[in-house]
Design a binder for this molecule. Structure first.
Ligand SMILES: Cc1cc2nc3c(=O)[nH]c(=O)nc-3n(C[C@H](O)[C@H](O)[C@H](O)COP(=O)(O)O)c2cc1C
Length: 155
């Protein structure tokens, strides 16, 4: 019997500082936990990720800073790029996100919700907002990555 096909988690990130890099590493560590099988984790910087990446994935982890009260422009650029090419095909796919803010992520969370609602993506996990990349916040992001990947494991 052939093994079940592997599923793909696409991690789209805008990593701008040591703190955001540490958060991304934690999320990838969780997603690549040895207990999770049959899930390939593909990472793409948000400024390079395109519609083919999104179409070929089974679920998404979106990660970036909050800038000027909104999603980082790079993350918005990703969504701008993929919106129409993905609209019919990726509906219902699960996603999660973590946002790094210094003080207030309200506008970015609202934007994320509105864009993903438009795409018809399903929030498999609540977005995680981190402020200082503390050990507890790194754990939360690690758990987010693990939960998203575990949710994609083939039956
Ligand atoms: C141009 C710019 C705008 C920003 N706007 C916000 C903002 O509106 N709200 C917020 O909480 N943080 C804001 N930040 C902080 C970033 O989210 C933060 O610098 C980023 O997540 C990286 O974190 P670090 O600088 O602690 O490494 C802004 C940063 C920059 C450079």
């Amino acid at each position: 019997m052939s093994p079940p096909p592997s599923r793909r988690l696409l991690v789209v990130h805008h990593t701008v500082s040591p703190a955001t890099s540490a958060l991304l590493s934690a999320a990838l560590e969780g997603a690549r936990d040895r207990a999770i099988s049959g899930v390939e984790v593909v990472t793409r910087p948000a400024l390079t990720a395109g519609a083919v990446d999104a179409l070929e994935a089974d679920g998404y982890l979106i990660a970036g800073p909050v800038n000027l009260g909104y999603l980082a422009g790079a993350v918005k650029h990703f969504f701008d790029n993929i919106y129409y090419p993905c609209l019919d095909t990726t509906r219902g796919r699960p996603y999660g996100a973590f946002l790094h803010a210094n003080s207030d992520a309200t506008g970015a969370l609202r934007a994320l919700e509105s864009i993903t609602t438009g795409l018809g993506w399903r929030a498999a996990q609540k977005p995680v907002v981190v402020f200082a990349a503390t050990p507890g916040e790194l754990d939360a992001v690690r758990e987010l990555g693990a939960a998203l990947a575990a949710g994609l494991m083939p039956d």
